[in-house]
Design a protein around this ligand. Sequence first.
Ligand SMILES: [Zn+2]
Length: 245
Amino acid sequence: MFDGFSSPMPARIARLLILPALLALAIAVALVASGRIVLPPRYDPFAPFDLAEEPGFLTRFKFARATAAPALCRAALARGDIAFEPVPDRSTGEGCGFTAAGRIARLGTASLASPVILACPTALALAAFERHQLAPAAQTHLASRLARIEHLGTYACRNINHAATGRRSRHATAEAIDISGFVLADGRRLTLTGDWSSPDAGRAAFLRAARDGACRWFGVTLSPDYNPLHYDHFHLDTGGGRACR
Ligand SMILES: [Zn+2]
């Protein structure tokens, strides 16, 4: 063996190519960023989040950017034709209140059983969830259009699990919604209480698909699988935590 000259040729070639490859990548990024190369929006990391776009490998990045700034978030809802009527900021000084929140009554095809106040990122997550998970799952598992989402509310100045002491719930900042059921265009109604363990395979499969799909858009998704407190609703929030239960 010739020690010192044992580096195999492919590894040496790979090392020689790293710098030109990085340079080419940097040039490509600069050309896209400056608008000299126009990519289809789906493949353009600088394109804004679009509710109508089929989720792809850049979706998580675009969604994170849209939810980080109120103006971008409101623009994403407006582009998706979702009415989000701004409401005045509220602060009670006890860890309760909201800023840049809005009233929302209707998503893409489904309405909310009653209008709710939500922080914009939570509203955008709900709109994406309805469009990309709930609506297709209703067609797949129940062969009907999703018409209405029933809920137990969003904003409430309270602690986690209604405890007398402890941390504030994300409901206290309008960053959470509790969903209790769904109504289909053909009139059928599903509830978490009645259908999570339904012998009707389609109903149970729809609710499982809804829970799993929520995890793609909300930081925290809690279902009846999590604990007995959630037997009758999905708790969905965008408050920064991570859970999919
Ligand atoms: Zn909740």
